[in-house]
Design a binder for this molecule. Structure first.
Ligand SMILES: [Zn+2]
Ligand SMILES: [Zn+2]
Length: 140
């Protein structure tokens, strides 16, 4: 089981199982959300995630027309989860909010076309200009 919490501790979570993918995302939405050059998230089946505390939610439409829901702590603002209507039943956990973030290793970098020059990544990492054709069922 993995555990994590926001900066102030008002929101905490537990996750069973292993992620289906761990990715860096350089899209502009993730840059604004994180305040950095990318966000890093691990996608888990939603059924294994238990959340404690009152969270805030913000919905937006992705460039592919899907509904993206960002879940955050309303007290301290930490981004905790993301959901995408294109991947029902899955949620992406921000790696930095995990209690042991070094347990997981990112496998891909996506939306690299928006990557700022100062946000250098391991060149050995599988890198995609945008969102690759990928479905959790195929990767599992
Ligand atoms: Zn908080
Ligand atoms: Zn993104």
């Amino acid at each position: 089981m993995r555990t994590g919490h926001c900066l102030c501790g008002a929101c905490a979570y537990e996750i069973d199982g292993d992620p289906v993918v761990v990715a860096h995302c350089h899209c502009r939405d993730c840059q604004r959300l994180s305040g950095a050059g990318h966000s890093t998230g691990a996608m888990f089946p939603q059924s294994g995630v238990r959340l404690r505390g009152e969270v805030g939610r913000y919905e937006l439409e992705s460039e592919l027309g899907n509904t993206v829901t960002r879940v955050f702590c309303p007290a301290c603002g930490s981004p905790l989860f993301g959901m995408n209507s294109a991947m029902p039943g899955y949620m992406t956990v921000t790696l930095g909010t995990l209690d042991t973030p070094d347990d997981l290793t990112p496998q891909v970098a996506i939306f690299a076309r928006s990557r700022p020059s100062w946000d250098a990544m391991d060149p050995a990492l599988a890198t995609f200009d945008a969102q690759p054709e990928w479905k959790p069922d195929a990767a599992a």
